[in-house]
Design a protein around this ligand. Structure first.
Ligand code: AHG
Ligand code: MN
Ligand code: MN
Ligand code: MN
Length: 336
């Protein structure tokens, strides 16, 4: 019988062999994973658990919150606040940062999350997820403020997501490649199912919301037009398109079989930002994708090099198979 490796065992082995995940970080990741298990239970209950539909409130980005956005946010806070490894948290669903209450011990890490990614897919029973990013509290900072979170993605100590689909899968990097863990519901534990995940450098599959085409910038239009031209066009091959509208599920497909994912800035927005959020969507996904040998840019620069200026900052995203991301980026840079 092949040996089953649980998330706990994997993390302990990482800690022993590579020495670069401290105990606190290991515990933090395990707590996040436990919260994801609880979220998976709510997601699976659906209408039976009265978790579908909207909550009637709005978040700081002006989006109508779904019940599950709020439930997942609460589960993550409740699971993480008492463990002693965190100083503060930030989330898509909270305007400001959440300080660990004084009654709990304070730790060295900062946790950011998109508690429920793909909210528009909740009610239609399509894959959704949770995205998380872990930073170290800056040296010497006493009281925690929003500024402490504004570190470039290259400073992330760990990042990952959990996809709630036909299977519940946790995908993780601690800066030493990407590993995938499938939730074994009978055992109640995440089991290592793929190590050293690699994204193929080339692909014939792209993911973009085509309904925004009329608003796109010229280099995006050029790239997609060339893909659509197929074997007769300049690319000399036929492309397929997929768009799930849950970033987690689209990125999961790309980590599994390659592809390019784009949510570019378009002309409806004056400030050249895209739709997705840098701190808890683009950065953790960029870290995972790079660790799997892919690339991630804002169509011009590496996402992980961007210096954030706001917690809920938005950014253009192009990520996935390296040669395609480089091509899209080159088309933008050529435009000047
Ligand atoms: P969230 O549900 O966390 O607000 O994120 C939704 C994001 C992302 O998951 C997805 O890629 C994108 O929005 C889909 O946008 P469209 O509905 O414009 O396709
Ligand atoms: Mn949202
Ligand atoms: Mn999201
Ligand atoms: Mn969300």
């Amino acid at each position: 019988m092949t040996r089953r490796i649980s998330l706990t065992q994997y993390l302990i082995e990482q800690q022993r062999q590579h020495g670069h995940i401290p105990q606190e970080l290991r515990l933090l990741i395990e707590v996040v994973a436990r919260a994801c298990k609880r979220i998976a239970i709510s997601v699976n209950k659906g209408a039976l658990g009265d978790v579908l539909g909207t909550a009637g409130s709005e978040n700081v980005q002006g989006e109508v919150q779904k019940k599950l956005d709020i439930i997942a946010n609460e589960v993550l806070i409740e699971a993480n606040e008492w463990g002693g490894h965190l100083a503060a948290m930030a989330s898509e669903e909270m305007e400001g940062i959440y300080l660990v209450p004084n009654r709990f011990p304070q730790g060295e890490y900062l946790l950011m999350f998109d508690p429920l990614d793909g909210s528009s897919n909740i009610d239609v029973n399509v894959s959704i997820g949770t995205i998380f990013s872990v930073l170290k509290k800056p040296e010497g900072s006493k009281g925690i403020s929003e500024d402490d979170f504004l570190q470039p993605g290259s400073a992330q100590a760990a990042a990952g997501y959990c996809v709630y689909g036909p299977q519940t899968t946790l995908v993780l990097t601690v800066g030493d490649g990407v590993a995938m863990f499938t939730l074994d519901r009978e055992q109640g534990s995440f089991v290592l199912t793929q190590e050293d995940v690699k994204i193929p450098e080339d692909t014939k599959e792209f993911a973009i919301n085509m309904s925004n085409m009329r608003h796109w910038d010229a280099p995006v239009k050029r790239y997609i037009d060339e893909c659509l031209a197929g074997v007769e066009g300049p690319r000399g091959k036929n492309f397929n398109m997929r768009w799930i509208a849950s970033m987690v599920a689209d990125v999961h497909r790309i980590l599994t079989r390659g592809g390019v994912f784009m949510y570019p800035w378009d002309k409806r927005e004056p400030n050249k930002a895209g739709k997705l959020r840098l701190m808890y969507e683009a950065n953790p996904m960029a870290f995972l994708v790079e660790q799997a040998g892919g690339a991630a840019t804002n169509a011009r620069e590496r996402i992980l090099d961007l210096k954030p200026s706001q917690l809920h900052e938005r950014v253009s995203v192009v990520l996935g198979s390296k040669n395609e991301v480089e091509r899209v980026t080159r088309y933008h840079l050529e435009q000047g």
